[in-house]
Unconditional design. Structure first.
Length: 185
């Protein structure tokens, strides 16, 4: 093949050539839909309709609905901690609190606020005047939760150790290792 024919071969392929579509006459009285239907009827016998059907993209109309509820627990207001201590007996205010065993879960709806501590724990203030200490996994820092946290609501509505992840607004994702209740000694 010479260089001239190698150059002209792609151009010749772009030009319309005689084929089954060449004898289709265009009737001015037909609408575009009727004319295309007439063309398809003439092309059906030659197998072109199968090639045209392969080029069409299948359209799937599906809807997927997912239900996700995310709950935000905001930091406890400074007055909340003082109001929790107000119910303690008057007289001498205890200098320290003692940790007691607590279950593995706490209802999310009962948490009224959260506050990080220096020893890598979160203090959860409950609506029924209890204080729960939640220890985070070792790789997490409680300082990341200075502005509260998000948690996805489960079917049981509980925040449990080893199951639920707390998402801070700074991007940290941590699990709660254990929970203890703080009581005055």
């Amino acid at each position: 093949m010479t260089s001239l024919s190698a150059f002209l071969a792609p151009i010749a392929m772009l030009l319309p050539g005689p084929g089954p579509a060449a004898d289709v006459s265009w009737d001015a009285a037909l609408t575009p839909q009727e004319a295309s239907a007439q063309q398809r009827a003439k092309l059906a016998g030659s197998g072109w309709l199968m090639i045209e059907a392969m080029e069409q993209v299948a359209i799937n109309r599906q809807i997927r609905i997912e239900r996700r509820i995310t709950i935000r627990i905001s930091p406890a207001a400074p007055g909340d901690a003082r109001s929790l201590m107000a119910d303690l007996p008057r007289g001498v205010i205890p200098a320290n609190m003692v940790e007691r065993k607590f279950g593995k879960c706490v209802p999310i709806s009962s948490i009224s606020g959260v506050q990080p501590t220096q020893d890598n724990r979160l203090m959860l203030y409950l609506r029924d005047q209890r204080i729960i200490s939640a220890s985070l996994e070792k790789a997490c820092s409680a300082r990341d939760f200075y502005s509260g946290f998000y948690v996805e609501k489960n079917s049981d509505g509980m925040l449990c150790t080893g199951r639920d992840k707390l998402h801070s607004r700074t991007g940290a994702n941590c699990e709660v290792d254990r929970m203890r209740q703080l009581v005055a000694r």
